[in-house]
Design a protein around this ligand. Structure first.
Ligand SMILES: NC(=O)c1ccc[n+]([C@@H]2O[C@H](COP(=O)([O-])OP(=O)(O)OC[C@H]3O[C@@H](n4cnc5c(N)ncnc54)[C@H](O)[C@@H]3O)[C@@H](O)[C@H]2O)c1
Length: 319
């Protein structure tokens, strides 16, 4: 008998990539995604068209916070809980939406999963935003000081998941560090920078460009997420990072080279809620998951920029 996984947020950037991989490896997948208004829905519907081609994919277009989930969870072995409202800056002024999609949705999913006799593991997509400006490298045992309603909502949901560990259902929270690669969300920096460069428009730089990020390629994130389904440790948070830090100025140099364009930069004040630097301590990921990132930044960003160039070419052709 094939094993059935549930992926929440299956039409999202990371969830769709995870779902595609599970299907490729012969799993039955129930994808839950209500297509929120967080960004252009057409990208999500394109992903749905691709996933639906596989007869082992079943889609449930329901909101996790309000829909009955017991029937959907029947026969499910592992729940990969990636549904959520992402984005730091947008969360100021929209805290209620973030609470709904990140906390209430998680609470409701956990209650139903607890009742489902077959669910043995929940893997939760948490975030490096829970750390704020903590001391580098960010350590799972160190303080969490979120700087935004988004970061706070991810921390609250993570706690709900970890509290639920035990009694036949185990839980793990993965703290993803800025995920990038083909399919990246349209509101994320690396995509906005690349789009501006390709379209020869000025790109907006918030802050002085010396801020740095531990960027993690989407396929590495998917690998770690799948490893978490079967690792022996549970009830813990685990960092998942790319293994190195890079400043925005370094990103711009690489981007100029990849696109052959001279970048025009518009300076904006440092954005509220953004951490100055992020960097993951990866000891837990290595020992508990057996995970190390494989894709370095230049290789990964090249793949993302080539994907975006082709997406924009197709959009021009159909316009
Ligand atoms: N992308 C990153 O860099 C990053 C970093 C850290 C953590 N994360 C977390 O990883 C997860 C996936 O991120 P992503 O970048 O793929 O985001 P995404 O917005 O592309 O995907 C999230 C999906 O969840 C769905 N969703 C949201 N609320 C829902 C609800 N109440 N019911 C059903 N579906 C709902 C959305 O429609 C969307 O398709 C999120 O939980 C995010 O917080 C992402």
């Amino acid at each position: 008998m094939t094993s059935t996984s549930m992926v929440t947020g299956a039409l999202g950037f990371i969830g769709s990539r995870l779902t595609a991989q599970l299907l490729e490896d012969g799993y039955d997948v129930i994808g839950v995604d209500c297509v929120t208004d967080a960004y252009d829905a057409s990208e999500k519907f394109m992903r749905l068209d691709t996933l639906r081609v596989n007869p082992h994919y079943r889609h449930a277009g329901v909101d996790l916070a309000d829909a009955p989930l017991d029937e959907l969870l029947s026969g499910v072995d592992v729940v990969y809980h990636l549904a959520g409202r992402a984005g730091v800056r947008d969360s100021f002024g929209s805290a209620a939406k973030y609470r709904h999609d990140n906390i209430q949705a998680t609470e409701s999913l956990l209650q139903s999963a607890r009742r489902a006799p077959t669910v043995r593991r929940i893997v939760y997509a948490s975030s490096s935003s829970v750390y704020g400006n903590a001391k580098l490298p960010f350590n799972e045992e160190g303080p969490t000081i979120p700087l935004s309603p988004y970061g706070q909502s991810k921390l609250d949901a993570e706690r709900l998941c970890l509290e639920m560990d035990g009694d036949g259902m185990t839980t793990t929270a993965l703290r993803y560090f800025t995920v990038y690669g083909p399919g990246q969300r349209p509101d994320m920096g690396l995509r906005l920078f690349a789009e501006a460069a390709i379209l020869r428009r000025p790109l907006k730089l918030f802050g002085d460009g010396t801020q740095s990020r531990d960027f993690t390629y989407v396929d590495d994130i998917v690998t770690a997420t799948r490893l978490a389904a079967d690792c022996s440790a549970s009830g813990v948070a685990i960092n998942v990072g790319g293994g190195s830090r890079i400043t925005l100025w370094e990103v711009f140099e690489i981007l100029a080279e990849l696109t052959g364009e001279r970048l025009a930069i518009e300076h904006e004040p440092f954005a509220r809620g953004d951490a100055k630097h992020t960097g993951a301590l990866l000891d837990r990921a290595e020992t508990l998951l057996g995970f190390t990132a494989k894709v370095d930044f230049v290789e990964g960003y090249t793949a993302q920029v080539r994907w975006l160039q082709s997406l924009l070419r197709d959009a021009r052709r159909t316009a």
